[in-house]
Design a protein around this ligand. Structure first.
Ligand code: NDP
Length: 459
């Protein structure tokens, strides 16, 4: 079936750097055929200038072949102010076949565009792809859901979380639910704590306009980290169909809240001061271009969450995200409880076993205590490692594949988007009230220091 991908905000950063390369990868792999690509944006480009942009983005992922050339040569660009009805109508008129609209726009502009589209109406079957952040709090996310519901049915709305590609989701589900050995110990009886870490060595990278209004909590934890938490903590779905997977995720997120409902104690925030990362000198966050120090935006956020179910009662889930840290570290770490008794005569026990699930690249490691090579009565730490198969597509290639194929498994359902705001809102409020100090850490350091987890009975 012929489809049209209409990118609103075609000349922007997301479109050029992530979305078009993802499309290139998808086309090169034969993942979509018969596609018309239409770009709409404020730059006064013509078709040829747009095609150059598309060609450059495709080249970045070495995308080539018949489908790639066909889309490139047929690509059209229309200069448009997306908030103006006449301009949007012209863009809609350019479509052939089923329409997919990708809102690669600043979030407030995307909402304005949806309002105008609600007045125009959309062709049947149109699919809408919304970027994060989806709303700015639970109420605005719910209002945006209502607005979208006036445009298309919920199963035609795709809320993007591009950090979780299909391969990663399937790897977690496969690991958990196709192995009796691990799944049977992933519960409050055996697990001491779970950490979900998203550290990056990158700093602001010129994105102050967006990031200074979002911060680490909204940029990463409210979206990406909670999706990872849901996959790690959810009950087994009966099938991998989108409805089953998304129902299981929704259920566990509804059970999730800040530890002891006490965000003043169980959240912390910090921003980086001048320092050095990967041999590069970085200025303080507040001295970066476009940053308003009075916003007191955090570049590091950490929250302890509780998942109030039988399986996870009183197991702390500590989620954290930060910029300008020493290295990229994207992983979930399950720390098991200590064994009830280490036999007298075995010495050197100092740490419990840990399961580490690394994301992008996806890998798995299990840190266990075994008898050392020298004196067999002295325990040593050993790591068993495995690499998962890599995803075949760039992250946005996976996002687009789901949209073109009508498979919403990877997208965040409307109720879940609201739920994720509900979870972080008490933290945002405590920070607004200044109940949590804004700490500082030198860029390139490991952040604002250790943070002990809640003490649990019996551990
Ligand atoms: P930009 O700020 O670069 O804006 C995207 C484009 O929208 C720009 O080309 C801009 O045009 C255009 N635009 C703004 N207003 C209008 C209008 N009224 N009519 C037509 N075009 C308009 O944003 P990004 O590309 O960085 O991000 C887009 C979305 O993707 C955001 O929701 C962001 O949160 C999300 N996102 C971005 C990521 C990234 O790495 N960039 C990563 C993950 C998500 P002009 O240049 O003329 O202002």
């Amino acid at each position: 079936m012929q489809q049209t991908l209409l990118i609103l905000g075609a000349s922007g950063d997301l479109a050029g750097r992530l979305l078009l390369p993802g499309l290139g990868g998808l086309l090169a792999g034969g993942g979509v055929k018969d596609l018309l690509l239409v770009g709409g944006g404020r730059h006064s480009w013509d078709d040829n200038r747009w095609r150059k942009q598309v060609a450059d983005s495709f080249a970045a992922v070495d995308a080539g072949g018949r489908q790639v050339d066909a889309v490139l040569n047929g690509a059209r660009y229309l200069e448009a102010d997306i908030t103006v009805e006449g301009d949007l109508r012209r863009l809609l008129d350019a479509r052939q076949g089923r329409l997919v609209i990708f809102f690669a726009l600043p979030p407030a502009v995307a909402v304005q565009a949806c309002r105008v589209l609600a007045g125009i109406g959309l062709p049947d079957g149109t699919r809408l792809v919304m970027e994060k952040p989806f709303g700015t709090d639970a109420a605005s996310a719910a209002a945006l859901n209502d607005l979208l519901a006036r445009l298309v049915p919920e199963d035609q709305v795709y809320r993007v979380d591009h950090y979780l590609g299909m391969a990663t989701v399937l790897n977690i589900l496969g690991l958990r639910f196709a192995n009796r050995m691990l799944e049977s110990v992933l519960n409050a009886e055996h697990v001491q704590s779970v950490d979900i870490v998203f550290d990056e060595s990158l700093a602001l990278e010129g994105r102050a306009g967006y990031y200074d209004r979002a911060g680490a909590l909204v940029d990463m934890i409210q979206s990406h980290s909670l999706q990872v938490l849901a996959l790690l903590a959810m009950e087994a779905p009966s099938t991998l169909e989108a409805r089953d997977v998304r129902d299981s995720k929704a259920l566990v997120l509804r059970a999730t809240r800040v530890w002891d409902d006490d965000p003043a104690t169980w959240s912390r925030r910090a921003r980086y001061a001048a320092g050095q990362v990967d041999g590069r000198r970085l200025p303080s966050y507040v001295d970066e271009d476009g940053v308003d120090p009075d916003r007191r935006t955090e570049t590091f956020a950490e929250v302890v969450l509780a998942v109030n179910t039988w399986r996870w009662a009183r197991v702390p889930f500590r989620v954290r995200a930060g910029k300008a840290l020493p290295a990229l570290r994207k992983e979930a770490v399950v720390t098991f409880k200590q064994p009830p008794w280490v036999p007298t005569g075995l010495t050197g026990y100092d740490r419990p076993d840990q399961l580490r699930i690394g994301f992008a690249p996806d890998r798995l490691s299990l840190d266990v205590n075994i008898n050392g090579p020298a004196d067999p009565s002295v325990l040593d730490r050993m790591t068993l490692k495995a690499a998962f198969g890599p995803g075949q597509l760039p992250p946005y290639g996976e996002v687009l594949r789901g949209v073109f194929e009508g498979d919403p498994t990877l997208s965040v359902r409307g109720d879940t988007a609201v739920e994720c705001w509900r979870i972080v809102e008490p933290v945002l409020e405590a920070w607004r009230q200044d109940e949590v100090p804004l700490q500082e850490y030198p860029a390139g350091s490991t952040g604002p220091g250790d943070w002990p987890l809640p003490r649990r009975q019996g551990s």
